[in-house]
Structure formats: C-alpha cells, structure tokens
Ligand binder design. Structure first.
Ligand SMILES: Nc1nc2c(ncn2[C@@H]2O[C@H](COP(=O)(O)OP(=O)(O)OP(=O)(O)O)[C@@H](O)[C@H]2O)c(=O)[nH]1
Ligand SMILES: [Mg+2]
Length: 439
C-alpha cells in the first residue's frame, strides 16, 4: 500500500466523451493544488465556483471548470479534498491529470483508495463500503434497494446491536470469573448470562438461515432456454433482451454456442442462456452445443422447454426444474396447446411468460425487506459468531466460565469483522480492490 499522506487524484466519472468529467483529489496538498491551478482563487468551502484552470508550470489555460473545496474533516474521505468538474473530453482530462501528476506530493489514486481512506478515517464501516460497491454495480431496481439499505447501515446497525448485547453478556461472565468458587456449579449470574446468550444466538441464527437471499439478489438467477431446433429459442432471447443478440434463421441448428444475456425481470437480475436445440444429431459442433445446454442447465434455476404451437411436446430430462411453454402461438392461434403459449414475434403472451418465470423463480419472495446479509463474507463471519455463542453457552452450563469467556471473545471478533471493527486486515484488499479507480 502506498503512503497514506500522499495526496491522491483520479477521474471519478467514466471514460469516453461526455459533457463533464469529475476529477477528485484527497490529501493534505489538495488546498495548495487548488490554489496553484486557480491562480490563488480557492472557492469557499463546499460551494461550487467557476474557475479558469491553468497549468502552474507555464500558465497555459487547461479548461474552465466548476471547482469545489472540501476542507477536512467534512469530506468523503475525512481529509482535505477537492473536485474539479471539467469538460468531459479525453484531451481535457489528460491535460488536467498531467498537471496534477506534476504537483509535489500528488499521485494517481489506486482503485478504491478514496473509499479505503473514508473507511480508515471511520467515515464508513466495512459493510457500508460493500453496500456502496454494490450500489455502483446495481443493474436492477431490487439490487439498488438492497445496496442502498446496506450503504445506509442496515447490516451495521443489526450487527452492532448484537455486539452490544454480547458485550453485556461477556461482562457478566468475566465478572463471575473473579468470584469463581471451587465447585463446578453455575452461579446465578452465569445462568442469566447463558439465557441471554441463548436468545441472542437464536436471533442471529434466523438471520443466518435467510442469508442466501441477499447473496442471491447480488448474483442473480440463471434461466436456460431449451427445446428442439427451430423452436424459437433465439427469437425469445432477443425479445427478452430487447435487442438482437442471437442469430435467428429458419435453418435448424443455428445456435451452437450458449449465448448469455443479463436481463432485468421486474427489477430482478436474471441471466437467460440461449442454447443449441436438443435433438439427435451427427454434427459434431451441434453435439458440443447440446452438451453445453445440459451443463448450463446443471447450474440453472430453471429451464424453459419451448415447443412450437401445433407440435407435440417431448421435453427432454434436464438437470434443473423445467417449465414447458408453447412458442410461435401466432402459427396456431386458438390451438389446443395446453400450458403457457406466447409468440416472440407478435408479442402475444410475453407478459404472462415473464410473470410465470418470475413466479417459478420465486423472485418476489426472494428478498423480503429485511435481508441483511449480502455476501459470503458476512455469512461465514456470522456462522462463526453463532457457533462461538453456542459453545460458550454449553461451557457456562458445564461450569467453565473461563472457557466461555474465551469463546465470547472469539464471537465478538467474528461479529466485529463484518463491520470492519476487528480482524479484517486480510479482507481489506479484497473489499477495496473491487472498486474502480476514482472511487
Ligand atoms: N411465426 C413465428 N415464427 C417464429 C417465432 N419465433 C421464431 N420464429 C421463427 O422460427 C425460426 C427459428 O427461430 P430461432 O429463434 O432461430 O429458433 P431456435 O430455437 O433458436 O433454433 P436453433 O438455434 O436452430 O435451435 C426462425 O425462422 C424464426 O423467425 C414466432 O413466435 N412466430
Ligand atoms: Mg437458436
């Protein structure tokens, strides 16, 4: 890790041509750099001012920019910080970055370094940092809601509440150590602490059992489109994606490779996989494609088995739940087809199809408002904490408060690691590494 008293800078907006680009700075030299770029006209704190930015080296005008100055500690990182809202062309950006790089004590930020500084300054806990990363990555409405909740401290508040109660119970146990009598009989204090621990562990276990839901929403669902050749799988994928991603043709065996598209289904992230038609064939490429269909289905949450209207359905067994549907409804409207029928060409039945997919995946129930754990990291830490509490309870009951006290210490550390209070050095790089430069 580079020196933390460096002043760092980076573009905070995306690359490419745009109306404006934002460059942020953070660190002790931020104010001096602003003075040098603006000819001594540093704006008042937290008020945007239009300034001419000039290269301190030769006075050449770089751009006209909106400039903001955030003196410590009231900034995102808690340090002296600044923002330059410059024009969003690549040459403008490059020129301003070049000038900044020449300023003494300044260097380009590493990915996630602004957030890392905010965390180290105590401006955000680790779970809020993860919520922020998820918010930036959120592709759907449900993901955005979950990320905002976590960024605003939903998880941190729950965990800190548990940690406080655990501290109280630990204090009781530690106190009883000082008055330990010789026989191994639990005292009244220990029995009280044991009861408090049991109810706390039970509460934590409920949240732990629901852990999959939050992780699920971050990762999304996988739905395979399967069926015989020419059933209209690729046409359906294009309709779901609302763009032409897969080749469509009247020739059987058009699709050979699996094509995946991430879609937004009523706010939920669902990846649809278009696959090769499943049938007997000698074509070696097609056979590989069919093998791929089966292997994608093995990790899928659902497969739609498409049968064109008017044809007999012969769904092949697949290693995931299968929802049989009837495609090309326009070819046999009013036909006797049973089950859900749709036409990707005319749009008939498409809404009902999407509803049926959402229902089969259980999207609406997937994340109740209170899903708090969103990552494996949280789940493992909470599982460790619950296990420690349960062991501590057993040791208290067995009259070994000293062993129980040690378990409770482990439990506190495990809980603390979720918000980044304790024992997180090893996860910091992973958490901050997921940000792009400028965040
Ligand atoms: N009338 C009608 N034709 C359709 C519909 N959907 C697809 N087709 C036609 O059916 C043919 C096959 O469509 P594809 O989407 O390529 O079928 P596929 O299941 O991907 O076929 P393979 O990739 O070969 O397995 C094309 O000529 C499409 O235009 C539909 O809803 N109605
Ligand atoms: Mg196809």
């Amino acid at each position: 890790m580079s020196r933390s008293d460096d002043t760092i800078f980076a573009p905070a907006s995306g690359t490419g041509r745009a109306a404006i680009a934002v460059i942020r700075l953070s660190g002790p030299a931020s104010g001096a750099v602003l003075d040098r770029l603006t000819g001594g006209r540093r704006p008042p704190p937290r008020l945007a001012r239009l300034r001419i930015l000039a290269d301190p080296l030769d006075g050449a005008v770089l751009d006209h920019a909106l400039v903001l100055w955030f003196p410590a500690p009231a900034s995102f990182t808690g340090e002296d910080a600044a923002e330059l809202h410059i024009h969003g062309g690549s040459a403008v950006r490059a020129a301003v970055l070049r000038s900044l790089a020449r300023e003494p004590g300044c260097r380009m930020a590493e990915p996630g370094e602004f957030v890392r500084r905010a965390f180290l300054a105590g401006r955000m806990d680790l779970s809020a940092v993860e919520g922020l990363a998820d918010l930036i990555d959120a592709e759907t409405e449900a993901q955005r809601r979950q990320a905002v909740r976590q960024m605003e401290g939903g998880l941190a508040q729950t965990v800190e509440g548990w940690r406080d109660r655990l501290l109280d119970a630990s204090a009781l146990v530690e106190a009883s150590l000082d008055f330990a009598d010789e026989d191994d009989v639990p005292t009244g204090v220990e029995i009280g602490a044991g009861a408090a621990l049991a109810s706390l562990a039970a509460e934590m276990r409920v949240v732990l059992d629901g852990a999959g839901r939050g992780e699920r929403l971050r990762e999304g669902w996988l739905v395979v489109l399967a069926g015989p050749p020419k059933a209209g799988k690729s046409t359906l994928l294009n309709a779901l994606a609302r763009r032409d991603v897969a080749l469509v043709s009247p020739i059987a065996g058009t699709t050979r490779d699996a094509i995946e598209v991430r879609c937004d289904v009523q706010g939920w992230p669902v990846t649809f996989v278009d696959t090769a038609g499943v049938h007997e064939t000698d074509d070696i490429l097609e056979r590989q494609g069919i093998a791929r269909t089966r292997s994608r289905a093995a990790t899928a949450d659902l497969a739609l088995w498409l049968t064109p209207a008017g044809e007999g359905a012969r769904p092949e067994p697949l290693p995931c739940p299968v929802l049989p549907v009837v495609s090309k409804q326009d070819l046999a409207p009013g036909g006797s087809a049973t089950g859900l029928s749709f036409s990707a060409e005319t749009g008939y039945g498409m809404e009902a199809l999407v509803d049926a997919i959402a229902a089969r995946l259980g999207l609406a129930e997937a994340v109740a408002g209170d899903a708090v754990l969103t990552r494996e990291r949280h789940r493992l830490a909470l599982a460790e904490a619950v296990a420690s509490l349960e062991r501590a309870g057993a040791q208290l009951a067995a009259g070994s408060p000293d062993l129980a006290a040690e378990e409770l210490r482990l439990g506190r550390n495990a809980l603390g690691s979720i918000t980044g209070r304790t024992g997180v050095e090893d996860v910091l790089d992973r958490v901050f590494g997921q940000f792009c430069i400028g965040k």
